[in-house]
Design a protein. Structure first.
Lengths: 317, 325
């Protein structure tokens, strides 16, 4: 069973044939419905560069689970695995210390409970079920491929799924949050964007009122109501701004420099010209970051939202 | 009153009759007791029988507001089994059609009753003969307060437009929400889902979506019960002491946040304007004097709420509520 690259791609895209599946997963007396994914199953013919290209293609599409699945299928001993795994860890923003053979739990699991997790390969989704670890006999480190509709007492999705037992304990891990590199929390707070440098001279833009829409510890999304159309057509991308935002319970604003990474403009019937800016913070001061951390801390989102509504109402009044 | 099986399930405080209204809220001083008294006043004036119960088990003082410095009978008599029923300790008030069930102070442990005591009180409440039972709860989010609040099928959360009160009202609703779900999960492996353990940094679910996701994974057998628990909460807000248009709208803020983060449909039942006359009245400790100020804007607003309460009780198809003659 030497899988070539085309067959690998078929598996990852969900276009595999039943015959291929049967070939990958031969019947086994002990585990008739599920099989450890055979190690060293790749064809010797596979070109390492082409394999790496496929991996990068998945990575750039944000298909992290499929990318990881590719590495799992190839097996840890295969040549470029470690190097590609580090790319995945980088994409998921894991530190060197957290680099392991299974970087997903921090990003997707967010749990300390022992669980079975399964990835429906071609759909790039991940689901979990609690498991005490005794019902699955393949050990916590290995992956298995399931064709059955249950693993132990747990149902798994239809189709080819990679199933593994995770007891990874990672503090402060995130909930399944899609493929974003940095998790962003939706927040609605008023803020000011102050243009600095050449863009200010070219366009006459100085300080504009804006609404913060989402926030992470590396950047923010803000929305500006561009009443006079001064921002339309301006080469805002790459410009530097000072972002001033004020927590509802704080007198002084939080301030940091930022670069505009993307601009999205649209005309709204009710609000006129709207301009959304994606900002990347530049060397944010520690006090700014600690305030951001506080805003992002779990359990406070609802209260922050309550205060943002309160503040917004106060302004209207 | 109709029977719905109070305390029939082990470890659970059951629900009271549908004519029982809890008047609660996280913060002291927002006017819970005054709102409860005003509603009872109007229920009486609208020819209904109302019982005002002091549900502040650790700090009963509703009787004081009604002009009784030392009530002749109170909940202590029931707890200490000097009487058999709560009917035996009902006190007349100078408000037409309104009786008082005063809280006790003789039994310190009553501030924190055990499950058997709570069940006994709730069973006895179930047997009270009245058109409407208004339970004036104490401040705070102690489990006993939350349990009594949750046992009442109709729940008013009183708040004022003060920022601290807004935060407390939301905190109270959230605490009640989590308490209700915890009880729905008590027999599953997710029991203790919202407990903060010193040894665990497992994040606690922070929204209804996260709760349902956690339950669907960890205790799918309880998913329907949890959904029903959330849908059956029937929370209502009363904004008290609102001074201007903006303050009249603060209930909407709570409503929006509850919907967005808890998935809870919270209704703004009404707004009672700030009325210095009510403060003056509270100092007189004379229930009979309530309503003498015929121009009281607060009482007018309370009338609208009371009238609506009665109309809804009468309109409810499954109600045992009897129409006034």
């Amino acid at each position: 069973m030497n899988l070539d690259l085309l067959q690998l791609r078929e598996i990852l895209e969900g276009c595999y044939s039943r015959a291929l599946l049967d070939r990958i997963l031969p019947e086994d007396d002990e585990y008739p419905d599920r099989m450890p994914f055979p190690g060293e199953c790749l064809s010797d013919e596979i070109d390492a560069d082409e394999f790496a290209d496929l991996f990068r293609e998945l990575l750039s599409a944000g298909a992290y689970l499929r990318a990881l699945s590719l590495l799992k299928i190839a097996g840890g001993a295969w040549g470029p695995t470690a190097e590609l795994l580090s790319l995945l860890s980088e994409a998921l923003d894991l530190s060197e210390e957290e680099l392991s053979t299974d970087p997903l739990p921090r990003e997707f699991l967010g749990t300390q409970r022992a669980r079975l997790a399964w990835s429906v390969i071609q759909k790039d989704t991940l689901a979990f079920a609690p498991c005490d670890g005794t019902k699955v006999n393949h050990g916590s480190a290995s992956w298995i491929v399931s064709r059955a509709d249950d693993v132990g007492d747990q149902r798994v999705p239809d189709g080819l799924a990679l199933v593994w037992l995770s007891t990874t304990r990672v503090a402060g891990a995130l909930r399944p949050a899609g493929a974003r590199k940095q998790s962003r929390r939706r927040l609605e707070l008023s803020c000011n964007v102050v243009f600095v440098g050449p863009i200010r001279e070219k366009t006459g833009l100085s300080r504009v009122s804006a609404e913060l829409q989402d926030l992470s510890d590396t950047g923010a999304g803000v929305q500006v109501r561009d009443r006079f159309g001064r921002m339309a057509g301006a080469a805002l991308k790459g410009s530097r701004v000072r972002l001033e935002l004020r927590k509802p319970d704080q007198k002084d604003p939080m301030v940091t420099l930022a670069t505009i990474r993307w601009v999205d403009q649209e005309t709204s019937e009710t609000h006129g010209q709207l301009c959304r800016l994606g900002l990347k913070f530049e060397d944010p001061p520690p006090e700014f970051l600690s305030s951001v951390e506080e805003l992002l801390s779990p359990g406070k989102g609802d209260v922050q939202y309550l205060w943002s509504l309160w503040e917004s109402d106060s302004k209207k009044a | 009153m109709e029977s719905v099986g109070v305390g029939q399930q082990e470890g659970v405080i059951g629900e009271l009759s549908k004519v029982t209204w809890a008047v609660g809220g996280g913060k002291g001083g927002v006017g819970k007791s005054l709102v409860a008294i005003s509603l009872a006043y109007w229920l009486g004036r609208l020819k209904r029988q109302a019982i005002l119960m002091d549900g502040d088990l650790g700090g009963a003082n509703l009787h004081t507001m009604l002009g009784m410095r030392i009530p002749q009978k109170n909940l202590d008599d029931f707890i200490l089994k000097r009487v058999d029923t709560l009917d035996d300790i009902l006190l007349p008030t100078s408000m037409q059609g309104v009786k008082l069930l005063a809280g006790g102070s003789e039994v310190p442990a009553l501030a924190n009753p055990n499950f058997a005591q709570k069940s006994r009180i709730l069973r006895a409440m179930q047997n009270l003969e009245t058109d409407v039972l208004l339970v004036d709860l104490g401040a705070g989010t102690s489990l006993n307060t939350l349990d009594l609040f949750l046992a009442c099928p109709r729940k008013l959360v009183v708040m004022t437009p003060q920022p601290t009160s807004i935060q407390n009202a939301y905190g109270f609703i959230k605490a009640a929400f989590y308490r209700r779900i915890s009880r729905a999960l008590r027999r599953t492996q997710l029991k203790g889902l919202f407990d903060v353990s010193a040894t665990s940094d497992e994040p606690i679910p922070q929204s209804v979506d996260e709760v349902l996701e956690e339950v669907s994974i960890g205790a799918p057998e309880a998913l329907e019960e949890v959904r029903a628990a959330i849908e059956d909460l029937h929370l209502e807000l009363v904004v008290n002491m609102a001074r201007d248009h903006k303050e009249h709208k603060v209930g909407e803020l709570i409503r929006e946040v509850c919907m967005k983060f808890l998935g809870l449909e919270v209704r703004v039942r009404g707004t009672i304007p700030y009325d210095p006359g009510m403060e003056k009245w509270a100092k007189t400790m004379d229930a009979g004097a309530l309503g003498q100020d015929t121009g009281s804007s607060a009482l007018r607003a309370a009338y609208e709420i009371a009238y609506e309460m009665i109309s809804e009780l009468e309109a409810a198809p499954d109600s045992s509520y009897r129409r006034a003659a």
